[in-house]
Design a protein around this ligand. Sequence first.
Ligand code: KG4
Ligand code: ZN
Length: 339
Amino acid sequence: MNVKKGEKVIILAIESSCDDTSAAIIIDGEIKSNRIANQSVHEQYGGVVPELASRAHMANIVPVVKSALEDASVHQKDLTAIGFTRGPGLLGSLIVGVSFAKSLALGLGIPLIEVHHMNAHILAHFAEDPKPQFPFLCLTVSGGHTQIVQVDDFLDMVILGQTIDDAAGEAFDKTGKMLGLTYPAGPIIDKYAQDGDAIYTFTEPKVDGLNFSFSGLKTSILHFLQKEMKKDDQFITNNMNNICASVQARIVSILLNKLTLAAKKTGITQLAIAGGVSANSGLRNGLINLCNENGWRHFIPAFQYCTDNAGMIAVSAYQKYLAGKFVGQEVTPKARMEM
Ligand code: KG4
Ligand code: ZN
């Protein structure tokens, strides 16, 4: 293994933790390419089918890496290091990216850098301007996680609160399943919500401190839909926009009320959102309004850096490269991983 000194730092980053296969190139901290292959095979199942995800990753990884290299006009022999998502995520999906990264690094004789997927979602804020200054608070909301994180430095983060059951993305996806929508339902609910009004009220769960809970909300939505469908079996079809607007408004208010509490508790008033659910228009607008009302600063990533992508893995890998944090060929993927 050989860490090249005094030359351009060119890192290939690979993301394969769930159902998106992605590769990116970052040169001296600047993202030059970010290719993502989505997997439509899961749509009909209402969620990601792990075995199908692994197979699709195997089919996608070589072409995706090739395209990322080509987009950045980089040859693989020019690479300085390879960064990859070690976890958390689906084990079968992670194995594909980790094995690929290890083999290529071994073949090229260059170092490996492991990346924590949730750390990378937060560092997506450093992919483009404006960049937050440390410390800032980040509400990280994805299909598997819902966390409020105090970010003191690139690699120094403390989780202040998190969900005790479902993640915010899961709340969107499971509601979508009840409404007969395909997976992932978050973006579809977002679209319907834009033409609806939040006329139905779902109670806000009472959870201590900065933690979240979404399982009670899921049950109350189910009971509400069952009750209304008994009276009118076309209720969902006829009221889709308003149902989606109501569900979205409640999920967003749960998230932003806790973020507000975190800002008041810590005195930190630079507020960021990250992860797949940060693509939600209700959450994005809600954060902007919240910050404008209080004189706080908001940070919202560009859409391409919200959902899973290797660009964010590249940002994290570059910071770890600067900190000299490498791993050896013995590294294995981790479905659960501490930040
Ligand atoms: O971060 P991500 O791409 O993958 C995980 O690490 O989980 O997040 C995926 C989640 C899914 O639950 C999806 O429904 C949700 O993000 N999502 C959205 C939107 N776009 C993606 N949820 C609400 N509104 C959106 N526009
Ligand atoms: Zn993610």
